[in-house]
Design a protein around this ligand. Structure first.
Ligand code: ADP
Length: 645
């Protein structure tokens, strides 16, 4: 099961999808908290202000009271001084009016000065008739200074001028200052009486020095608490705006959540669809870098999502034998020229298997309509391709077989045609030998030559017979024989040719005999063919200059429980061709080669349940070998049979 392919986008979406529902109310909560804090702070500051104002009021009242008391004390002092001087006899009642101190007192604030005798009778009053200036009317009070002999001096004064003159302007500006009696009747007022309705009022008793009188300070401006000082409509508007903004935010959040939920659903559907697809999908950016792959793509290529994502060309699944084609295709696709009907490509899976795919490319467009890459769908067409390849090979084979049959026909008729001349040669040879037998003296070399000629003619006849039998699809003539003997026989037949070709043969029989159950003539043909090929390979142009000796090694042995014959040469080797290629009918690199030798050899060996192999030799050259099953123990070999005969 391949790893599920996921784009980074999917993961991010899953995380951001968890929007906390209370988050949208956070701004409102914070604003309310801020307002609450500000209100609390203003409350505390108001309290501090009120206490400050209270302290100031008390301080101002006390200071004014002190001021007034000082004035009255001063007047009392002046009066006592006049009384002392009168006691000293300086004054007589008649002369009192003329006294400078008395005049000064009257100018200041005395309404009148009266001299009483011990019985309380008025001796004199200054000014006479108690004429007074308008501001010295109103409630008046008096000060008295005792005199020797029981008399006293009384100085009458009015509160109004005292208050008006002694109240400093800054106190007047802040407070409405007045003097009241115990019935709250105004006795004197400093300036105007305007006062705040809810303002603070402070009263201090002014008794003594003035009996039954209170000094009162009332605030002109009332204290305005913070909540009244604030422009409430503005505050209301701000709050309303805040609520509205929060509601908007909440609506927005809900919309986003709905959109996200819809998007998640869609992504899940898309995911499920992609996962169930039998088509591989890949998304690439404009440079060909992989952005997304679906599980099928991962499954097809065998590379994990991690190995593929963000991978830029060359891709790991490009076929190593077709890198140039892959690059050409890549550049063509990125230029937007990918065939509309799709194109085929050969890839290599991670496991090293060839994968044929049909790819359809489509431009990838983003929300703004701009092309940001390519979306490719990939279909596995390996089976179809394999079937096509199989079909092609079958057709080729059919064609080859047709040609082979034709060649077979020719060979068959050739063998048939050769039969007669060969028979003629044999009978002439027999006639000659019979004739020579009647002659008294015949050179032994002639007799020997004729015998060898007869043997060669018989051998040629056997070959023609076996080839006819083989081409006629009759079963080979299996018999017990010895592979070593067959190899020696083949060598004997070729010895002359090989010598001519200056080929040195090294033969090594590691086990002898090598009993097999086979058609010795056909096996001999195979050995001859291998030896001829080995010799031919060293006659080519690439070989060292003429005169250099070619080498062929022939070896027979038992390997893996089978009889094995190996022919190795020092030629150019197989040149990268596989056994299938070499044994294909009509494959030949020789100018006059038929390309049938190895094809026939392979079918002979396989018809004997053996195996033909071809490989490059360790140093240089080719190494062809075949193995055949060893004959059952007790089976008589060809050479043994020959010995017995
Ligand atoms: P032919 O000998 O007519 O070409 P064969 O079927 O015997 O046909 O050989 C097929 C081809 O295999 C040869 O043309 C040659 O290219 C190659 N071949 C066979 N034997 C050898 C060898 N020993 N060394 C190199 N190539 C060989």
């Amino acid at each position: 099961m391949p790893a599920t392919a996921r784009t980074p986008g999917f993961r991010a979406a899953a995380a951001s999808a968890r929007v906390r529902p209370w988050l949208w109310a956070l701004p409102l909560l914070l604003a309310l908290l801020l307002l609450g804090g500000a209100a609390a702070w203003l409350q505390i500051s108001d309290k501090r202000d009120l206490e400050e104002r209270q302290r100031t009021l008390l301080g101002d009242a006390l200071s004014l009271e002190q001021q007034l008391r000082k004035e009255i004390d001063f007047e009392r002092e002046r009066l006592s001084e006049i009384a002392r001087q009168a006691d000293a006899g300086r004054w007589t009642p008649a002369r009192l009016a003329g006294d400078a101190d008395v005049s000064a007192g009257l100018r200041r604030r005395w309404v009148s000065l009266t001299w009483l005798d011990a019985r309380g009778q008025v001796l004199v009053q200054v000014p006479d008739g108690a004429a007074s200036t308008p501001e010295r009317r109103g409630m008046t009070y008096h000060l008295s200074a005792p005199m020797n002999g029981g008399g006293s001096l009384l100085a009458r004064y009015a509160l109004q001028p005292l208050l008006t003159q002694q109240t400093p302007w800054w106190i007047n500006r802040r407070y409405a200052v007045r003097m009241v009696d115990e019935f709250d009747e105004t006795l004197a007022i400093a300036a105007d009486a305007t006062r705040a309705r809810d303002g603070r009022v402070h009263r201090i008793s002014f008794d003594p020095p003035v009996p039954g009188v209170w000094l009162e300070l009332a605030e002109r401006e009332a204290f305005v608490p913070w909540y009244r000082a604030l422009p409430l409509p503005l505050l209301g508007a701000v709050l309303a705006l805040l609520v509205w903004a929060t509601w908007l935010l909440a609506r927005q959040v809900r919309q986003v959540e709905r959109a996200q939920a819809a998007w998640r659903d869609e992504a899940a559907w898309r995911r499920a669809m992609e996962d169930s697809l039998s088509v591989g999908l890949r998304v690439r950016d404009a440079d060909g870098r992989l952005l997304h792959v679906n599980p099928r793509f991962v499954e097809l290529t065998g590379y994990s999502e991690r190995e593929l994502l963000d991978h830029a060309p060359p891709m790991p699944y490009w076929h190593p034998d077709e890198m140039d084609e892959a690059w050409t295709r890549h550049h063509r696709n990125l230029a937007g020229n990918a065939p509309r009907a799709g194109y085929e490509a050969r890839w290599r899976t991670k496991a090293g298997r060839d994968l044929w795919v049909m790819i359809l490319e489509a431009p990838l467009i983003d929300a703004a309509g701009a092309q940001i890459g390519w979306m490719g769908s990939v279909v596995d067409i390996t089976e179809r391709k394999q079937a096509e390849e199989l079909e092609r090979r079958r057709n080729e084979r059919l064609a080859d077989q047709a040609r082979l049959m034709t060649v077979g026909e020719i060979a068959s008729s050739l063998a048939h045609e050769l039969n007669q001349p060969l028979a003629a040669i044999a009978s002439y040879n027999a006639g000659l030998q019979n004739m020579l037998a009647t002659l008294p003296e015949v050179p032994p070399r002639l007799r020997e030559a004729l015998e060898r000629q007869a043997e060669q003619a018989r051998h040629a006849g056997r070959i023609v017979q076996r080839i006819r039998a083989f081409l006629g699809r009759r079963a080979p003539q299996h018999e017990a024989c010895d592979l070593v003997a067959i190899a020696d026989s083949a060598l004997a037949l070729l010895r002359h040719d090989l010598r001519r070709q200056r080929v040195r043969i090294e033969v090594r029989h590691e086990a002898t005999p090598l009993p097999i159950h086979a058609d010795p003539v056909l096996i001999e043909q195979v050995v001859i063919n291998l030896l001829r090929n080995a010799a031919d390979a060293q006659q080519s142009a690439e070989q060292p200059a003429a005169g250099a000796q070619a080498h062929v090694w022939l070896r027979t042995a038992i390997t893996e429980g089978q009889a094995r014959l190996t022919v190795q040469d020092a030629g150019p080797g197989l040149g990268g061709h596989s056994l299938d290629e070499l044994t294909a009918p009509f494959f030949s690199t020789k100018a006059s080669g038929m390309g049938l030798g190895l094809a026939i050899s392979r079918s002979i060996i396989e018809a004997h349940r053996g195996q033909l192999r071809a490989e490059d030799a360790a140093q240089s050259g080719a190494c062809f070998s075949f193995s055949l099953p060893l004959a059952q123990a007790g089976t008589r070999t060809h050479s043994e049979a020959a010995l017995h005969e």
